[in-house]
Ligand binder design. Structure first.
Ligand code: LMR
Length: 418
């Protein structure tokens, strides 16, 4: 592989001007990305790519036996790319442990004006890590450029809640970011781009991005609730004394908030219902459920910041759930559009359901989960909350009216900050 330091310096000097250049035709990007691209692209070509520095490899000198069985390179855009979560996730992506050891990858990293230097640092660390599957890294602060032809968009960047801010304020501020980024996805990303929203409040942010990206199938938008599933599995493993790999059908329903519903009723441990193994309904309802829902907050108290490593791991798990077939009878949790769901959840919300996949990037909502009265009421409460969130951002998703009733009420949206 080769990367010229001069390229980086040249591009660095011209970065400011380059950010204002008009959109780059996709073909120009592909030309740099092609396997036969020369090791050191001319500086002008480098600038043309995204107007920022770009790292490309000399694949001509590569041992063909290494790459013969590889798939076509995929483009993965990551927002909030210089943040804590990305700092864990990017290296997992580049190593091949997420998309597979035969899946070359191009990383397209989005930062902000403030984080440009840090973003270069991230790209330098990726470069220094010598991952054979990592074919390119590009960085930028314009989502229209960075999302160019992206097959996946991992939307991590969002504002954390500041002092005195209400949940409605957070919805507004982050909503505006996701409106812009949704529009950018709509214009620039691959038509079948899969979008995983991590930045909170992730369900409603995903909804905003989706509503602003009508060119991309609604089904392709996900809000990360896999972290909650992993937390629930951890608690079941600790209580039952069984290893977490024996836990299946551990679904999270609803919002990634304290109203989320970790579904112990359908969960299995070693193939048998968790409630048969742990015969303690009080524990399930009064300890397990709040512990999972409040885990983000407990972590913030310990760390002084949100979970980062375990969130990154759960993003990796969420992607793998879509690119690897789900084991028979099992499920994974993800927040997806509720349109046509088999559980009567109102349509038009990004809602976490138990899902399964054939491993082709697509999924279906499982239709065989038992919903008893307790579960139904809990699901309804989370659904009501998501509907209220939707009303607060109606102006960002092209809906009329919608008064925001979330001001001055108990804050449940961001587990870590209530
Ligand atoms: C988490 O669940 O750990 C995070 O979503 C919490 C947060 O506020 O970032």
């Amino acid at each position: 592989m080769a990367f010229s330091m001069k390229q980086r310096v040249d591009a660095g000097l011209t970065r400011k001007a380059a950010h204002t250049v008009s959109r780059v035709p996709a073909v120009a990007v592909r030309a740099v990305a092609a396997p036969s691209a020369p090791a050191a692209a001319p500086a002008s070509e480098t600038k043309n790519a995204y107007g920022v520095f770009r790292l490309s490899y000399d694949t001509q000198n590569e041992d063909p036996s290494l790459t013969r069985s590889w798939k076509k390179t995929i483009k993965v855009a990551v927002t909030g790319a210089s943040g804590n979560i990305a700092n864990h996730l990017l290296f997992m992506l580049a190593s091949g442990e997420v998309y597979g050891k035969d899946q070359p990858i191009a990383l397209q990293l989005l930062g902000s004006e403030r984080s440009k230097e840090a973003l270069e640092g991230v790209a330098m660390e990726l470069e220094d890590s010598l991952y054979p599957l990592l074919r390119e890294v590009s960085i930028g602060i314009d989502p229209y450029e960075v999302f160019g032809d992206a097959d996946w968009a991992l939307m991590i960047g969002a504002k954390p809640r500041g002092p005195g801010m209400e949940r409605a304020d957070l919805l507004q501020q982050n909503g505006e970011i996701f409106q812009v980024q949704g529009r950018a996805l709509n214009e620039s990303a691959s038509r079948n781009c899969k979008v995983v929203v991590v930045g909170n409040p992730c369900n409603t942010n995903a909804l905003i991005a989706m509503e602003n990206a009508p060119n991309i199938p609604r089904k392709n938008f996900h809000a990360l609730t896999r972290l909650d599933e992993n937390r629930a599995k951890c608690q079941l493993a600790l209580k039952s004394g069984k290893f977490y790999t024996s836990i299946s059908r551990m679904a999270i329903w609803g919002n990634h908030s304290t109203t989320q519903v970790p579904d112990y009723i359908n969960a299995r441990i070693g193939g048998i219902p968790a409630t048969d193994l742990i015969r303690d309904n009080k524990w399930f309802r009064e300890e397990f459920t709040p512990k999972v829902a409040l885990r983000g907050g407990a972590l913030i108290k310990k760390w002084g910041r949100s979970s980062a490593a375990s969130t990154a791991v759960s993003v990796a798990d969420a992607i793998r759930s879509l690119v690897v077939p789900t084991a028979p009878g099992d499920c994974f949790s993800t927040g997806v559009i509720s349109d046509g769901n088999p559980y009567g959840v109102r349509e038009g919300l990004i809602f976490s359901f138990p899902c399964r996949s054939k491993g082709d990037g697509d999924y279906e909502i499982c239709d065989d989960f038992i919903v008893d009265e307790w579960l139904r009421n809990k699901i309804r409460a989370s659904e009501d909350e998501l509907q209220k969130e939707k009303e607060c951002v109606s102006h960002l998703i092209g809906m009329m009216g919608g008064a925001c009733s979330l001001r001055g009420v108990e804050d449940t949206t961001v587990p870590g900050e209530n």
